[in-house]
Design a binder for this molecule. Sequence first.
Ligand code: TRP
Length: 333
Amino acid sequence: MKTILTGLRPTGNLHLGHYFGAGKNYLKMQDDYDFYLEIADVQALTDNFDNPDKVRKNVYEITKDLLAIGLDPHKVHIFIQSKIPQIAELTVFYSNLVTVSRLQRNPTVKTEIAQKKELFGNNGESITYGFLGYPVSQAADITTFDGELVPVGDDQLPLLEQCREIVRKFNSIYGETLKEPTQVLSTTTRVKGLDGNDKMGKSLGNAIYLVDDEETIRKKIMGALTDTNKIKKDDPANPDVCMVYYYHKLVNKEANTTKVCSECQKGTRGCVQCKKELIEAMNNFLKPIQEQRKYYDEHPEVVDQILKEGTSQALQKAQEQMSKIKKAMKIDY
Ligand code: TRP
C-alpha cells in the first residue's frame, strides 16, 4: 500500500472549492492507500502567529468538516502537526540543504508574500524566517511520513518541487534514505467564486462554506454574478458566463441543469427564479454533510478521540522514519 500525505492549514472552514477540488479526491483515495492527513497548525501559525485562537479553533472546525464529508477515521490518520515533534526536528536538519535565495525564488512563496503586505511589508522586507522557511517544513511534513503521493492543488507544485530537491540533496549526501514524492493533482477543476473569480476564497468573499446555513446560502446566491447583458427577465442569455448556471452544474441533477441551460438561452427563465432553484439544490446538496457535521458538533469528545488516535498512529510512523534519518545522518547516538 502506497503512502499518501497531504495537509490543510487550519485557518478557516472548508468551502465548496475545497470539497470539489480536494475532499472528493480524498474520499476516493481513502480505501486504497495508507493515508495521513495533517492538520497543519504549525504552518498556519507562520502567517497567523499573532492569532493563535483562530488557528486552534480551526483545527477542530476543519477536522469536523472533513468528517462531515465522509472521511473515515478508521481509514485516514487525521493528525495535528504540532503533536509530531519529528517534523520540527527534520525541518531543522533540512534547513542546511536549502539556500535562502532558493526559497525567495519559490513562486508560491513569492505570490504569498505579495498577498501579505500587511504582515510582511510591501516588498516582503519584513518577511519572517519562519514564513520564508515553510516550504522546508512542508518537505518535512511529507518525508516524515515517507509520503509517496501528495494530493494538492496546482498552486502547491513549487512546494513539491522544493521538497524533491531537498530529498535529492539529502540522499546524495547521506545516502539513499528518502523517497521523492509525486503530486496527485485534483481531477476536478478549481471551483470559481460566486463573483466569477477563478478562485474561491475567504479573502475574496466569494465562497460557499459547507457549514453555511440556509439564510447565508440564500443571500450569497442572490448576489451571484449572472450574464450582465441580460437586462429583462425574458431576455435570452448566455449561461456559460453565468455563475448561477455554473453552480447548477455542480450541485443540481443533470436533467435540471439541461433545462436551466436551454430555458436561459431561449429567454424563458428569469434569473430570480433560477437563483431560487439553485438555492434549493444547494441546500439539498449540503444537507447530508451538515447532518453529519451536527453529530460531531454535539460530540466534541468523539472528535478529540479521533484526533488523538490519528496523531498516535502518525507519531509511530514518524518515530520509525526519524530513526532511519538519524542513522543516515550519523546522529543516532
Ligand atoms: N501548504 C498547503 C496548503 O496551503 C498545506 C500543507 C501543509 C500541505 N503541509 C502539507 C500540503 C503537506 C501537502 C503536503 O494548502
